[in-house]
Design a binder for this molecule. Sequence first.
Ligand code: APR
Length: 234
Amino acid sequence: MKKLVVLTGAGMSAESGFSTFRDAGGLWEKYPVEQVASHDGWLADPELVNRFYNGLRRQLIEARPNRGHELLAALEQHFEVTVVTQNVDNLHERAGSSRVIHLHGELMKVTSSRDVDNPHCIEELSADNYEVQPGQKAKDGSLMRPYIVFFQEAVPMIETAAREVSSADIFVVIGSSLQVYPAAGLLHYVRPGVPVYLIDPQPVSTSVEGITFLRKKASEGMEELTQLLCGRQE
Ligand code: APR
């Protein structure tokens, strides 16, 4: 089986009703990124940050995977698929994708603010119990925080992701403005000659040449990609 690696961004989940970040009316217009998604913002006001992610979780619980997520999961019948996502939602998993690498953390998980990547401190929240309360502590007694990679923090999964990309036979980007590093730099790990597809309704600027652009939303773009790769629709 050929290996298909897919990098997804906020646009992948747009049709599920989950906000994109940089589009007009996106999340960063409503909530300044410095306040809710940076390490300094967390230190300045952890309660505000936890409240913000409580709200995002509520939105995620109500959201459903869209046709794009489903078609991507269905490609596992034809390819060895790895999804590398910048999204913190769990819509790929809920659609059935079995190998998902989260670069920027996971919204439905919380952890210690002292030892963020300690597996003993990472806890999965549920739809019935998804709110972090003011002052709530993680297992090591430190303040509980979202399991999210904030700006100014390292991206621990980037090397794993780069290894996946450098062994891809086909590479696809869906719904990412490719403005945030190191994720955007993954494109440079694609081996020469490997076909690259980019699905986005808006133009996306990149220095990489030879990309096949599918100027469509994730759902329609995935229909077209499925046809291109498998010769028929699922
Ligand atoms: N289908 C596909 N793409 C879409 C759709 C859609 N229905 N709607 C919008 N888009 C595209 C936009 O045109 C844009 O190019 O999705 C892209 C979203 O870009 P961003 O909002 O910048 O999201 P992303 O690239 O994932 O941001 C990367 O930056 O904000 C931080 O940590 C956050 O993970 C995020 C990272």
